[in-house]
Design a protein around this ligand. Structure first.
Ligand code: LLP
Length: 427
């Protein structure tokens, strides 16, 4: 017998902890069960660290986004921001769910095409797109290229042989409450054109023979936990004139920890589309580009505890991963929660650290765990977005695999790197 909200034998604390895990997570005598698969079985089968994605939860979110937007604004499309988890299998899920895909550069483009995403549904981004990347996108028939700067316009005009749809990225002068490194809507941003400069490039594109100006793009940042800045960004676009397409970007935050209360997809769409109704032409096409809010909460990283030691009054639980597979903590100060997979919930407070050679390699600074021991599986929820994206080989770490779990079955969709991979590029 297992149930999500009231895990058998578990305290209220444990129940609220389980709430942070993907929707299909339960607790039974095996401990934590993700999409019907015991976390300990997954760890045994695929080794650790491993990123587990609850595939049904992911599809549910893709559908919630697509139907939620279509219900509010019929002429619309959800374009998944693939930088959040660039893995061919995830692109494939998005294509199967009928979503478009945002690719930032040649690498993401290659993965999207490999997954069979319809090129006309691709949106190419980048503040420093190279000639090569533009040529790749043009050759592939990418539907939309977002113009970030005047050099983009010159390059595209030179490289395009047929008509190419473009959007102009606008920096609306909106600074949401988020980490400075992931705030992009402020006036002095490296992205896009300020409101005062946008009219010039709009005029320039309207006169272009090859480039067809479809509309405007705006993206103000990431991990935004309120709706109001999104509304202000939409409103800022109105004075620039009327266009056929508005891409309103991504940015909705995820719930990493008990104290986060991000708007739901429905609340976010109400606010965003509400603003669009107020100020944008009713016939326009609306695009949105969710990344983190699509996928973060569908992922769990499983680690193995390698050492538990007390030093200077702190008890450190060291795991077999860290900065190599999760840079959110050291780059943005993101707080995560965790549990021992077989003893859900809290006890004493521990500092969870990684295996890398610096003190900054802390996964969680102070988390209540129940009696963690060497060999235990430690599960960290909400790691679906941007963790694997920025995984690296620090200290020769091998980048983890991605495992899809669904209805009691699991399959690896991306293998773990091997030591051979580490020397494979040597010349
Ligand atoms: N559209 C554009 C043009 C973007 O640049 C981004 C994210 C998104 C959409 C999706 O935003 P989201 O819905 O995921 O917030 N490396 C950072 C995240 C950087 C986000 C970059 N752009 C991290 O690890 O937190």
């Amino acid at each position: 017998m297992s149930s999500r909200a009231a895990a058998e034998g578990a305290s209220d604390d444990a129940a609220s902890l389980v709430e942070l895990f993907p929707r299909g997570t339960t607790v039974d005598e095996r401990g934590l069960v993700i999409a019907g698969c015991a976390a300990t079985d997954l760890a045994r089968t695929y080794a650790t660290p491993t990123l587990v994605i609850d595939e049904s939860a992911l599809r549910q979110r893709a559908r919630a986004y697509a139907s939620g937007l279509a219900r509010r604004w019929a002429n619309s499309r959800v374009v998944w921001a693939s930088k959040s988890l660039p893995c061919t299998a995830v692109y494939r899920v998005m294509a199967e769910e009928g979503l478009g895909v945002d690719v930032a550069g040649g690498g993401e483009l290659v993965m999207a095409l490999a997954a069979g995403v319809e090129p006309s549904r691709l949106v190419l981004h980048g503040n420093a797109k190279t000639d090569t990347e533009m040529a790749m996108a043009l050759a592939a028939g990418v539907g939309t290229i977002v113009v970030d700067n005047a050099d983009d316009v010159e390059r595209l005009e030179r490289l395009a042989t047929g008509e190419q749809g473009v959007l102009v990225r606008v920096t609306p002068g909106v600074r949401p409450a988020t980490h400075a490194a992931i705030s992009t809507g402020q006036a002095a941003s490296k992205f896009g054109f300020g409101l005062a400069d946008a009219p010039r490039v709009i005029e320039r594109l309207r006169a272009s023979r090859r480039l067809r100006l479809d509309g405007l793009h705006v993206h103000i940042g990431s991990q935004i936990l309120e709706t109001e800045p999104f509304e202000r960004a939409v409103e800022a676009l109105a004075p620039l004139g009327e266009f056929g397409t508005y891409d309103l970007g991504g940015g909705l935050g995820a719930r990493y920890t008990y104290d986060d209360h991000p708007p739901t997809i429905e609340e976010y769409l109400d606010a965003l589309v509400g603003a669009a109704r107020r100020v944008l032409p009713p016939t326009a096409q609306l695009l949105i580009e969710p990344g983190r809010s699509m996928i973060a909460e569908t992922g769990v990283t499983l680690y193995t505890v390698v050492s538990v030691k007390e030093n200077g009054g702190t008890t450190f639980v060291a795991v077999d991963g860290g900065m190599g597979d999760n840079l959110e903590v050291s780059l943005y100060g993101q707080r995560f929660e965790a549990t021992v997979a077989t003893r859900i919930g809290g006890g004493a407070t521990y500092t969870v650290v990684g295996r890398h050679c610096e003190s900054g390699d802390q996964l969680i600074d102070g988390v209540a765990l129940r009696d963690p021991k060497v060999g235990d599986v430690l599960a960290v929820p909400v790691t679906g977005a941007y963790c694997l994206t920025m995984a690296n080989n620090y200290n020769g770490a091998l980048r983890p695999p991605i495992v899809f779990a669904s209805e009691g079955a699991s399959r690896a969709v991306l293998r773990r790197e091997t030591y051979d991979d580490l020397v494979a590029r040597d010349l």
